[in-house]
Design a protein around this ligand. Structure first.
Ligand code: NVA
Length: 319
């Protein structure tokens, strides 16, 4: 059975599902919800939101769970191993069932195509809580954190040092370009952003006044940067590659020495979990320029804004 089409239905599957004006709206809403966390109840009822995790989670589960409750809703945790989406039954069939029970679906999984299939068949907003390709909720939190510090995003320069082909590298390219930032990604050979991703982000940057580039030398990427970002060398699902990855990523380590090339006002972000002494030195992660704990807190405010915005746009919010 086809799900009844819902006019205005919106999802957040990749960072560029939000155009520049919409991204700014979501960030403004996140700031407002942070200032008054218990005032807005678009999920009153309570409306249920399904949260399904096929990969490990700490921040995402806790921040969505707390955030959904603060919005007046009911966070419904679904065990990814038990649901076995795509194995026990197809993604479209799961989508049709969930969409008749809940007001929105938050899903952390592997394949972006599976997430797209969920969105196609659910009839309710679907939120990407991390896939192999993108981590857009993290980017709303990251941009909120940067905007709190600098008051603006457009024109700032960002250096992403590490696995440039991972979800965080791709999400920084798309979301940073959408915000009009200058994003430089430095990664070892074999881990650079794809030409396709650079072109997709570059087309956005051409409209917003931002820019994107892949830069071989991490010093060149970090020089003058306002925001310096890194992420684990071994993303979830890539554990079998950890020995090989540790051999090639050593030159792309966020050390105090590398950070000394950044702008004087530079801040450091890391989505966590962090591996001190590997992709980031303890003195950087725990140092005065690090905003990682604000960044982790902002997951809740950011994701509340994403959910509130999506259910409102989709005509599903409590009146
Ligand atoms: N790139 C990392 C991000 C963790 C939040 C991963 O996918 O494991």
């Amino acid at each position: 059975p086809a799900t009844t089409p819902r006019p205005g239905l919106r999802h957040l599957l990749a960072d560029d599902d939000l155009d520049p004006a919409e991204q700014a709206e979501v960030l403004d809403l996140a700031a407002a919800l942070k200032a008054a966390p218990y005032d807005a109840k678009p999920l009153a009822g309570p409306r249920s939101v399904a949260m399904v995790f096929d990969k490990p989670t700490l921040r995402t589960q806790v921040s969505f769970g707390a955030g959904i409750a603060e919005l007046g809703g009911h966070p419904m945790l679904i065990d990814g191993a038990l649901a076995a989406i795509g194995r026990r039954e197809s993604v479209p069939d799961v989508a049709r069932v969930l969409g008749r029970q809940v007001t929105a679906i938050v899903w952390r999984t592997y394949a972006q195509d599976d997430l797209a299939a969920m969105a196609e068949h659910a009839g309710v907003p679907v939120v990407n809580a991390l896939t192999d390709e993108f981590h857009p909720c993290q980017l709303v939190a990251d941009l909120l954190t940067v905007r709190e510090r600098f008051g603006t995003l457009a024109g700032l320069s960002v250096a992403f040092v590490g696995d440039g082909a991972c979800n965080m590298g791709s999400s920084w390219l798309l979301a940073g370009a959408t915000a009009g930032m200058h994003v430089r990604v430095s990664a070892p050979d074999g881990y650079v952003p794809t030409d396709q991703m650079l072109a997709r982000a570059g087309a956005i940057a051409a409209r917003t006044g931002g820019s994107v580039a892949a830069v071989a030398d991490p010093v060149a990427a970090v020089t003058g940067a306002d925001v310096v970002v890194t992420d684990t060398w071994v993303s979830m699902g890539r554990e079998s590659e950890s020995v090989a990855r540790e051999k090639v990523f050593g030159g792309h380590r966020l050390t105090a020495d590398l950070l000394s090339h950044a702008a004087e006002r530079a801040v450091v972000l890391h989505c966590l979990p962090a591996y001190r002494g590997k992709e980031i030195d303890a003195e950087v992660l725990d140092g005065p320029r690090s905003l990682v704990w604000d960044e982790a807190e902002n997951r809740r405010h950011a994701q509340k804004a994403v959910l509130a915005w999506l259910v409102t746009r989709s005509g599903l919010a409590a009146s």
